[in-house]
Design a protein around this ligand. Structure first.
Ligand SMILES: Nc1nc2c(ncn2[C@@H]2O[C@H](COP(=O)(O)OP(=O)(O)O)[C@@H](O)[C@H]2O)c(=O)[nH]1
Ligand SMILES: [Mg+2]
Length: 640
């Protein structure tokens, strides 16, 4: 049975035995649902022409018997390309025109606007047709320099990076902004998403790529090429966009570095020993430059690997280093998946256990109280029993009266909760700090102050999180006071779990700010002076920040809901308790034998509670060690 199935069974079991309020059961459901649908993104990043596309061909498309993604001199990926599998869509390539960059909408929004994309069908049985369709990611258009500048591909300041104008003065720019390839493959089927990116130039011009996509990727594969060595621009790309920010190693994010094209070292005149030594030297040298242990740099020949797969040449395949890379990649992915899964399950089960234990304790106390009450009735006459009935009714009336107060408490709590969430979620538009930043950047001549405006925007966001944290503490204090009173009056066992700390979110915001600060630095002033670039940058940052804010809001809301949920559960229990007690007294009044019967019933209930406690324990144990994530299949694709 899968962990997801187990969680669903647990949710059903809890509901059947009335052992979970709605929030616990529905979160278990959510966790189960999420386990089935986790997307894991692996981004292939490198300076242009290091062999990213060739490597993707070797890893994912060798089964088609030819190159599918364009990867040869002169046919190079011009737009970021995502490969994924969505069973609800036909195999296809979807392309977003580059002109969409002129509009304010971020990429994330374009994703849900299918009409903006050009759709091309893919014929999985026909490799040539597939390759032809995928050539579109290499397409370019010729535009005027003014248009190129508006699109972010032309600047006076960095002339050497500009495309070379033709005799007619026009320059080439990519035709598409983003490509989504929907294709069936065993790895993609399991939720893997592969991102192929163009080189540094394109990366610098498309903040969405670095701020959103790369930041969200679970793993990155950074490519170097043995023929080029580690160049200045390789290093810039690594330092600015990939190297984990100092002091904030992204938890679980894995970086693999591939040293590609090692076949250029396969010199006929050298001995295998010499070739091996040279490869090792280059591997160690590259690792040292990037600040990684040599073990994280994997020498590979994507080209020979692809060739070996197509020809079925095992010796060449082994020499290409591809199998080792696949193993490390699968290992990283499996580990990452395992970590996500384990954390989600552990959290869900811990909540379930607390909640179930609380309900069981309460039920037990009630059964014990009734037992005492009944034992006290033994041998008493009818008058005493009638008096007892009146007393229970009186208690019930008092209880009903206090429910009004609980209603009021609920309303206050709801309002406070809503306000705290609103503080974080904002009104769905650009967060206000970023609207201010954008205005500042658009003001001519403020480029020197760009970094200050940037820092202020992020400081504003962290201040907002701190405010929400205070609001959560207020909610906590309010509930603690109310619960103390309820516990005293009605012998409830209500407790307030401490409000979650939003420290991780603050740290994440700080790390986002730090990792992208270079965009606001002087070195990027020329780009910032283009209004479209500033707009794209700010929107990309804003949407990244909003993800963290939404996460903080969700955390607060979940906590807030979870602490309030036991109130309802205990009220319900108590109401049922009154009904049961009155029924028992009625039966005793009707027949003298009723008393012994009722005591036996209560004893059976006690036994049942003990049994339920044991079962909760068993569930906890069952889910404490989730079954090992099944290993991913080898990357050799099954022909569709
Ligand atoms: N010798 C050799 N050439 C390679 C290898 N991988 C890629 N190439 C070549 O390098 C060039 C750039 O490859 P491509 O995949 O388009 O690079 P990208 O820009 O990083 O996607 C192409 O001409 C490839 O054929 C390799 O392992 N060995
Ligand atoms: Mg490419």
């Amino acid at each position: 049975m899968t962990t997801a199935q187990r969680l669903r069974e647990l949710a059903a079991w809890l509901t059947r035995h009335d052992l979970a309020d709605g929030s616990v059961a529905s979160r278990l459901e959510q966790t189960a649902e999420g386990l089935g649908r986790d997307r894991l993104m692996v981004a292939f990043v490198a300076e242009f022409s290091r062999g990213k596309s060739e490597l993707i061909n070797a890893l994912f498309f060798a089964g088609h018997g030819r190159r599918i993604v364009p990867a040869s001199a002169g046919r190079t990926t011009m737009c970021p390309t995502e490969l994924a599998f969505d069973p609800d869509l036909l195999p296809s390539v979807r392309l977003l025109p580059i002109e969409t960059r002129l509009e304010a909408r971020p990429l994330a929004e374009w994703r849900s606007a299918p009409e903006a994309w050009t759709h091309l069908p893919l014929d999985l049985g026909n490799a040539d047709q597939m390759a032809r369709m995928l050539e579109t990611v290499a397409q370019v258009r010729r535009v005027s320099q003014a248009t190129a500048r508006a699109l972010g591909f032309w600047s006076e300041e960095l002339a050497e990076e500009n495309p070379v104008p033709g005799a007619d003065g026009l320059v080439e720019v990519p035709m598409w902004r983003h490509a989504l390839v929907n294709i069936d493959h065993p790895l993609l089927r399991r939720g893997l998403v592969v991102l192929d990116t163009p080189g540094l130039n394109a990366i610098g011009a498309e903040p969405e790529l670095t701020v959103n996509l790369l930041a969200e990727a679970h793993a990155t594969v950074f490519l170097l090429a043995a023929d080029a060595g580690v160049t200045r621009s390789d290093l810039a790309l690594w330092r600015d966009h990939l190297a984990p920010a100092e002091g904030s190693p992204e938890a679980g994010h894995s970086h693999l570095v591939v040293l590609n094209k090692v076949d250029v070292l396969w010199d006929q005149l050298s001995t295998p020993q010499q070739i091996q030594e040279q490869t090792e030297r280059q591997r160690a040298g590259s690792a040292a430059l990037l600040g990684l242990p040599p073990g994280r740099v994997i020498p590979v020949s994507a080209q020979k690997g692809l060739l070996a797969r197509i020809k079925g040449d095992d010796a060449l395949l082994h020499a290409s280093g591809l199998p080792l890379l696949e193993e490390m990649l699968a290992c990283d992915i499996v580990e990452r998946r395992h970590a996500i899964l384990h954390a989600a399950v552990t959290a869900g089960v811990a909540r379930m256990r607390v909640e179930a234990a609380r309900l069981l304790t309460m039920r037990r106390r009630e059964v014990d109280d009734q037992m005492l009450e009944l034992r006290g009735l033994r041998g008493k006459n009818a008058n005493v029993i009638a008096g007892m009935r009146l007393r229970v009714e009186q208690e019930q009336r008092e209880f009903d009266a206090s429910e009004k107060r609980i209603q009021a408490l609920r309303a206050v709590h709801q309002r406070m909760r809503h306000e705290a969430a609103l503080l974080l979620r904002g009104n769905g538009d650009l967060p206000r700090e970023f609207a201010v930043l954008l205005q500042a950047l658009e003001r001519p001549g403020l480029k020197l102050g760009a970094r200050r405006a940037y820092d202020e925007a992020f400081a504003g966001v962290t201040a907002r999180i701190a405010q929400a944290q205070d609001a959560a503490r207020e909610i906590q204090a309010m509930l603690e006071a109310s619960f103390r009173q309820l516990n005293a009056e009605h012998a409830f066992s209500l407790q307030v779990a401490p409000a979650p700390s939003l420290g991780p979110q603050v740290r994440e915001i700080e790390s986002v700010a730090q990792s992208h600060a270079h965009h606001a630095g002087l070195g990027n002033a020329f780009r910032l002076s283009q209004p479209q670039f500033a707009g794209r940058l700010v929107r990309a940052l804003a949407s990244r920040v909003q993800v963290v804010l939404d996460d903080a809001a969700a955390e607060l809301e979940n906590w807030s809901r979870a602490v309030a949920a036991p109130v309802d559960a205990q009220l319900r229990e108590r109401r049922q308790g009154f009904v049961r007690r009155l029924e028992a007294i009625d039966r005793i009044q009707q027949a003298a034998s009723g008393l012994g019967e009722r005591v036996a019933e209560l004893e059976a209930q006690t036994a049942e509670l003990t049994e339920l406690e044991a079962q909760v324990q068993a569930w906890v144990q069952l889910l404490a060690t989730p079954p090992a994530v099944p290993a991913l299949p080898p990357a050799e694709p099954a022909l569709a």
